[in-house]
Design a protein around this ligand. Structure first.
Ligand code: ADP
Ligand code: ZN
Ligand code: ZN
Length: 697
């Protein structure tokens, strides 16, 4: 573990001093160097590493190096173009590194914009009077003011929530539990305005890049009068390196007083934070799925606690983790029980598809309801969480199904241009021409199997020739800005029927949307993941919440073959609390999260047995440590198992699940176990990684 020395400015002499540096390299570190220039913790330096030169960050100034001084190399340059990263930020990064069991350098450096961690940015930039390099940081572009928008009068529930938040003088976690359309955004805006007035800064996290433009607009319109023009900075992974650098610098220099961003913004180098908001806190997008597999929501709690400020988690369908915290009194629940504009929630209808004759997967009930809404000049949303034309191509005479040669999955039929199709693998990106005949029996009559958004869109165009149809999914929004343009045209009323995947389910405040149709929800019902019902319920509540937000007589039609399932019954009554109660009993009796804590070791190799062997050895080594510590009772080690989709891109995948009701016991095992894993002889034959608090199992 790295000890932080408080930042000290060294005298400008050539007397050598030691610096401890973290680097974004696979070897854990930290690494000691000799530094003859003034330097403090939180500054970046250019150092030699092997044959390369890398940018690292100074995290300590030890009295003695950790290894033989003769082996220690010199810092080549100190980068003094930005203020050193503050101590609280380093503390935060240190926590994330320890909790998620990754080297500190893998947290600290990726959190910086690319130009600030690439040696190439500094080539030839050494200034004449010393080894201190600077990047020419261009001036920020001029930002135009937006016109201020009206502030609605808060209803009683909203006002109560705002009051509770602004009264919190130190750390306090709030769970803002408000039905869809209850005006949670207004609560954030009011609480944020008050924090700004007290001279504080605000960090707001949203789950999706696509939600940032709408949010940014309202933030700027409402808060720039307090925060000043340019007071809002947006950070997400869709920005170019230059855009991200400029926004990040405005945050780091304290010019931006509000930071709006996706999960990565939790690492924003903010000063004087007065409030942290996590909107749609239940959303799985807060979990990073590679590298440092962090949960931005969980880190937000830690950061707020560390900074001594309130944090607001908002959702209509809170994660069971947060719900349990509220039940136990760790978080204070703030309820917004009714919609802010329309008094009523949409009515939900379950259409039992078992006895129905369907038209391209759509029931007569749904099609009739669509017709009525369109006649009434209202918009309709058809939700299908499956992109592409059809999930597979299939031969009716012999049963052949299109399959990816590199993965154990079907290849998905996609329409590339009108009338032309291709097969795509959604797991490895493999693309293939559609065969003209069945590869197995030669039959030329190959048929699409099932349907995706493209096929629904195509069929709706035939059924409703007058309607203007738009499709929003990962395929239709690949080009930068195209998602924003599509959403804008829906908001502008230029679209009658919107077909979309979960991209359209979240957050958007569509004014004229009357009906939501949900196709093929059952696909998620019988997943092996114990969180699948929770996720399905949240998604259905979310997408239902797009209906009737301004008019009040919205309707949701869910097509299902299992209407009696608890998920659907709870949806019918908009009963999150009932659903949560039911799920919590299940989780508690099975000792699943949030009643236990998990970690997942996964491994992949060309040969499944190699991956499983590694996990077996890893398991044995964990067991040995636990026996020594006499903690075998406290942690459950499951047997290594192959993943459901076992082969992806020719690599076979398996995992080992660890579970404990005692978080410190699990953390202590992980800390001691991880360094051992690299020394296992099997480790050389696999790629492995560890995930703490995995969301998907
Ligand atoms: P949520 O985030 O809870 O789903 P929003 O914050 O998007 O809900 O609010 C839903 C709609 O209600 C928005 O159009 C918003 O402008 C409006 N609204 C929110 N609070 C009020 C209020 N107090 N008076 C009138 N309209 C409101
Ligand atoms: Zn065939
Ligand atoms: Zn594939």
């Amino acid at each position: 573990m790295v000890e932080y020395s408080p930042p000290v400015a060294l005298p400008e002499t050539s007397a050598s001093a030691w610096v401890r540096v973290v680097l974004d390299v696979p070897i854990p570190g930290p690494f000691d160097y000799r530094c003859t220039f003034p330097v403090t913790s939180g500054m970046r330096v250019i150092v030699p590493f092997g044959r390369r030169k890398l940018i690292g960050m100074v995290v300590g100034l030890p009295d003695e190096p950790a290894y033989d001084p003769k082996l220690i190399k010199n810092v080549e340059a100190v980068l003094a173009d930005i203020e050193p990263m503050p101590e609280h930020w380093l503390r935060f990064a240190q926590f994330a590194a320890e909790y998620y069991q990754r080297p500190l350098g893998e947290v600290v450096l990726p959190a910086l914009p690319l130009p600030l961690r690439s040696v190439s940015s500094y080539q030839g930039k050494r200034s004449g009077d010393g080894p201190v390099a600077r990047l020419d940081l261009k001036r920020a572009p001029v930002i135009k003011a937006v016109s201020a928008s009206e502030v609605p009068v808060l209803n009683e529930a909203q006002q109560g929530a705002v009051d509770a938040i602004v009264c919190a003088e130190s750390f306090k976690a709030f769970l803002l539990y408000g039905v869809t359309g209850s005006g949670k955004t207004e609560v954030y805006l009011h609480a944020a305005a008050q924090a700004l007035e007290r001279g504080k800064r605000v960090l707001m996290l949203v789950p999706e890049i696509n939600l940032t433009p709408q949010f940014e607009q309202s933030l700027r319109a409402r808060l720039e009068p307090v925060a000043g023009v340019g007071g809002v900075a947006v950070l997400h992974s869709g920005l170019s390196d230059g855009e991200r650098l400029r926004a990040w610098l405005r945050v780091q220099r304290g010019q931006a007083r509000i930071v709006l961003g996706t999960r990565l913004a939790i690492f924003a180098p903010m000063h004087d934070v007065g409030l942290i908001v996590v909107d749609e806190e239940h959303d799985p997008s807060y979990k990073q799925q590679d590298g440092l597999r962090y949960s931005a929501r969980d880190l937000a709690i830690w950061r707020a606690h560390d900074l001594g400020v309130p944090v607001v988690l908002g959702s209509a369908t809170p994660s069971l983790e947060s719900w349990v915290h509220a039940e136990r009194g760790h978080y204070q629940r703030l309820d917004l029980p009714a919609r802010a504009r329309a008094v009523t929630l949409p009515s939900v209808r379950l259409v039992d598809t078992r006895r129905l004759k369907m038209d391209h997967g759509m029931s007569p009930q749904l099609l009739n309801a669509m017709r009525a809404r369109l006649d009434n000049k209202e918009q309709v949303l058809v939700f299908l969480n499956r992109r592409g034309y059809a999930p597979a191509l299939h031969c009716a005479s012999c049963g052949w199904v299109s399959q990816c040669p590199r993965c154990t999955t079907f290849t998905v039929l996609h329409r590339t241009t009108p009338g032309r199709h291709q097969l795509h693998c959604h797991h490895c990106g493999y693309q293939q021409r559609v065969p003209s005949a069945c590869p197995d029996c030669g039959d030329q009559d190959l048929q699409p199997m099932g349907r995706g958004t493209q096929r629904i869109e195509e069929h709706l165009a035939e059924l409703f020739p007058e309607a203007r149809i738009a499709r929003i999914d990962a395929d239709s929004t690949r080009k930068k800005g195209s998602a924003q343009a599509l959403f804008a045209s829906v908001h502008a009323g230029e679209v009658d029927i919107l077909v979309g995947t979960q991209m359209v389910a979240k957050g958007h405040d569509f004014a004229n949307l009357g009906l939501v149709g949900v196709l093929n929800a059952d696909a998620m019902l019988f997943s092996q993941d114990f969180r699948a019902p929770e996720r399905l319920f949240a998604q259905l509540m979310q997408v239902s919440g797009r209906a009737g937000r301004h008019t009040g007589h919205g309707e949701v039609i869910v097509q299902t073959g299992y209407p009696e399932q608890p998920v659907y019954q709870a949806l019918l009554r908009h009963d999150y609390a009932g659903f949560a109660r039911h799920s919590m009993q299940e989780r508690e009796s099975a000792a699943l999260p949030p009643f236990s804590h998990q970690a997942l070791l996964s491994a992949e190799a060309r040969d499944l047995n190699v991956a499983l062997d590694f996990l077996q050895s890893a398991r044995a080594s964990a067991l040995e440590w636990m026996t020594q510590q006499q903690s075998t009772e406290m942690i459950t080690l499951y047997d290594p198992v192959p993943l459901r989709i076992v082969r992806v891109d020719n690599m076979c995948r398996a995992q080992l699940l660890l579970e404990s009701t005692h978080r410190p016991a699990l953390q202590s095992l992980l800390r001691n176990w991880l360094p051992e894993l690299n020394d296992l002889p099997e480790a050389r034959k696999v790629r492995w990684q560890l995930e703490v608090d995995p969301l998907e199992i």
